[in-house]
Design a protein around this ligand. Structure first.
Ligand code: ZN
Length: 129
């Protein structure tokens, strides 16, 4: 594991971007990862079909919180259609480290909140987790 990338994750964990809540969000979702005790909620304000603002709140391990910080950065100003094209691989690429099988749900919790909660997509692709 590369120390530089680990430090990048810890920076997001210590000083997360977009942390907090929005008053009267257009979309809101909350999910938990009971395996690790991670909890995340996400509030999104839309202007038309574009993200005007997004915030997350939660608690848990560094990987779960850092991935939420990075994902919410990525979501700013994106259209709903663009959000649907954010993949699990995009999350792994942002984290930049090899995620062990035990931590995959930590890494993908924010992705799950976005796709299943905020976008309301089906769980048909659960197989490749
Ligand atoms: Zn975790």
């Amino acid at each position: 594991m590369d120390d530089l990338y680990r430090e990048y994750i810890l920076e997001h964990y210590r000083a997360p971007h977009n942390k907090g809540d929005l008053d009267h969000p257009d979309r809101f979702a909350a999910y938990a990862n009971p395996l690790c005790g991670d909890r995340l909620q996400m509030s999104v304000r839309l202007e038309g079909d574009r993200v005007a603002d997004v915030r997350f709140n939660g608690s848990g391990c560094a990987i779960s919180q850092a991935s939420a910080s990075m994902l919410t950065d990525l979501m700013q100003d994106k259209t709903i259609d663009e959000l649907t094209h954010i993949t699990k691989q995009d999350i792994f690429d942002m984290l930049g480290i090899t995620i062990s099988p035990a931590r995959i749900r930590c890494a993908l919790l924010a992705w799950e909140v976005l796709h299943k909660g905020i976008l309301g997509e089906s769980e048909d692709d659960e197989e490749d987790l």
